[in-house]
Design a protein around this ligand. Structure first.
Ligand code: T3D
Length: 265
């Protein structure tokens, strides 16, 4: 990737690909990158013609997290650090917008994902990884706590014990191990990786997008509700899904023994 922009935005049919593009520093997040990422995520959310989003990295990394050169500069200046404010301003909007996005968001983890880079990946709906990718809960090694939503998502994805092992040890988790413990759901060889995630995202973008939005809503609701209350949420979501034109398209296509052509609504 040669563009000077810290974030490369590419439209491929109904898929938007956001490529973190600071390869010299393993796509570490500086102010310009988080600003561009927040804006691009908001654009994807607002554009109904975008039906799937992929976040990936340029070069050999997905992202090494917060740019520590920027933090070193702040520390050496001697002022007070307010990292909570940094999270609220730069990271939380992106994570919240991904969770709330009414279309699938895929993290295509092409290389190392560390610190807030791991946080971004685990906030996405689906994680797919290149076989050489690694996952590092790097915070402890620089004296911080997991952030960018990581302490929320990590135990839900891999379980309490593994989340503590990963965050306390800081040891790298290779892609095959990540697959085994449920941190990612697909691993493809490096040489095929880009073609595979493009194929995967294209298939998602051809799906029943509104039903996918309601699916995300349902899964999120299940985390915060008891069983009886959840069943009522489920019934309401299915009411809405059953009212979409895509549902009628899906049923007609099934009856005609052909593939449905969903329009996303
Ligand atoms: O501050 C806030 O707003 C709060 C938010 C905090 C969230 C966080 O993300 S804190 C955690 C930050 N991330 C890390 O602690 C990871 C730091 N990086 C590493 O530990 C290693 O780079 C890796 C394990 C990820 C990869 O190691 P390796 O050996 O493959 O590569 P390398 O040689 O360490 O890195 C290559 C270059 O990228 C190098 O620059 P150079 O020497 O070629 O000029 C290195 O300094 C740079 N780089 C890597 N990570 C960062 C970075 N530069 C700035 N910030 C980084 N996070």
């Amino acid at each position: 990737m040669t563009s000077l922009s810290p974030l490369h935005v590419e439209r491929a049919g109904a898929v938007t690909v956001l490529t973190l593009n600071r390869p010299d520093v393993l796509n570490a997040f500086n102010e310009a990158l988080t600003e561009a990422l927040n804006a691009a995520i908001a654009d994807c959310a607002a554009d109904p013609s975008v039906r799937a989003v992929v976040i990936t990295g340029a070069g050999r990394a997905f992202s090494a997290g917060q740019d520590l050169d920027d933090r070193l500069a702040m520390i050496e200046k001697g002022g007070e650090l307010h990292l909570g404010d940094e999270l609220r301003r730069r990271y939380h909007p992106a994570i919240a917008a991904i969770r709330g996005m009414r279309k699938p968001v895929v993290a295509a983890v092409n290389g190392v994902a560390a610190g807030a880079g791991l946080g971004l990946a685990i906030a996405c709906d689906v994680r797919v990884a290149a076989s050489s990718a690694t996952f590092r809960a790097a915070w402890g090694r620089v004296g911080l706590v997991p952030d960018a939503g990581s302490a929320f998502f990590l135990p839900r994805l891999i379980g309490w014990g593994r989340a503590l092992d990963m965050t306390l040890s800081g040891d790298p988790v290779p892609a095959e191990e990540a697959l085994r413990i449920g941190l990612v759901t697909r691993v493809w060889p490096d040489a095929e990786f880009a073609a595979k995630w493009r194929e995967y995202a294209t298939a998602l973008a051809e799906g029943a997008t509104e039903a996918f939005a309601l699916t995300k809503e349902g899964l999120a609701a299940s985390m915060a509700r008891g069983f009886d209350e959840f069943l009522e949420v489920e019934a309401r979501l299915q009411d809405r899904a059953g009212g979409t034109a895509d549902y009628a398209r899906g049923v007609k296509a099934f009856a005609a023994k052909r593939r449905p052509e969903f329009e996303g609504r």
